[in-house]
Design a protein around this ligand. Structure first.
Ligand code: NAP
Length: 261
């Protein structure tokens, strides 16, 4: 029998959720009985994902097709989500590159996507959670928060900023029954992982299987994570059982980052 997460009937907003890790979180929350608001830019994939969740789990799913990195997109999402009990923030990750190539505009884009968008969503959702005396926020960040990856300097910089904000804010809202935590994915099998595989293929002049084998060899679990692995932990952190978990960075990376001590 599945563990009862105690959140059936709660309303959850999951941004950037038509594919990959966001979709994994949306599916796991739906399996726990949450009604959803889902978002992505591409309306077709978003509608397909929402319909599949309605069919499989029988929960209500509303969709908002827009760019979560813009103020206008955030306003539309917050309007439709109307004070959710659970907020999972996500957006696409910045492209890899080299320190000498990144311009101010590249940094501003990365900050908008991976720092300021989650902060705006939290600012929009936290007041009602506090009034209600219950809320859950999970931010999807990256293993690079614990062990920065040189080629992902734009991501490293933006996510470090978000992590600093969460460290303080999570402790300010905890007295009201609201928790904020970050999930730090290592390599998971999504389109994003495929594009990072491609980077290794091009840099090393090897084929996809070899690139994947080399990347898997760096992971003690010897496999990529799946969106379902990731979603299950997200749903647990959003559950009634995780109310004492506050301001944590939870690594989900198959052991790749040895930050245990
Ligand atoms: P993914 O498979 O490429 O999926 C990204 C999802 O986000 C899609 O549904 C996409 O739909 C949506 N999206 C992207 N940009 C958006 C925007 N501006 N506004 C609204 N929706 C947007 O990516 P993923 O692998 O799940 O990665 C999710 C996050 O985890 C990223 O920030 C990534 O950097 C981070 N991460 C991933 C891994 C990994 O191995 N997969 C590892 C570490 C960190 P549309 O394109 O239609 O908008």
């Amino acid at each position: 029998m599945a563990m009862d997460l105690g959140i059936s009937g709660r309303r959850a907003l999951v941004t950037a959720s038509s594919k990959g890790l966001g979709l994994g979180c949306a599916r796991a929350l739906a399996a726990a009985g949450c009604d959803l608001v889902m978002n992505a830019r591409g309306a077709d994939a978003l509608e397909r994902a929402a319909e599949a969740i309605r069919d499989e789990f029988g929960v209500s799913v509303e969709t908002v097709a827009c760019d979560v990195t813009t103020g206008d997109g955030q306003a539309r999402i917050l309007d439709i989500a109307a004070d959710p009990d659970i907020l999972v923030t996500n957006a696409g990750g910045p492209p890899p590159g080299r320190w000498s190539d990144w311009t101010r505009d590249d940094f501003i884009r990365a900050l908008d996507a991976n720092m300021l968008a989650p902060i705006a969503l939290m600012k929009g959702c936290l007041p009602a959670m506090i009034d209600r005396g219950w809320g859950r926020v999970v931010n999807i960040t990256s293993q690079s928060v614990k062990a920065p990856i040189p080629a992902l300097g734009l991501s490293n910089s933006a996510r470090a900023g978000l992590t600093g904000y969460v460290a303080g804010t999570s402790r300010q809202v905890a007295p009201h029954g609201v928790t904020i935590n970050n999930l730090l994915p290592g390599i998971h099998d999504t389109d994003r992982a495929a594009s990072l595989d491609k980077g290794v293929m091009d840099a090393e002049g090897i084929d996809r299987d070899e690139a994947r084998a080399r990347r898997q060899a760096t992971i003690p679990a010897r496999r990529y994570g799946s969106p379902d692995d990731f979603g299950a932990v997200c749903a647990f952190v959003c559950s009634v059982h995780a109310g004492f978990m506050v301001g944590q960075n939870v690594l989900l990376d198959g052991g790749a980052t040895n930050a245990t001590i």
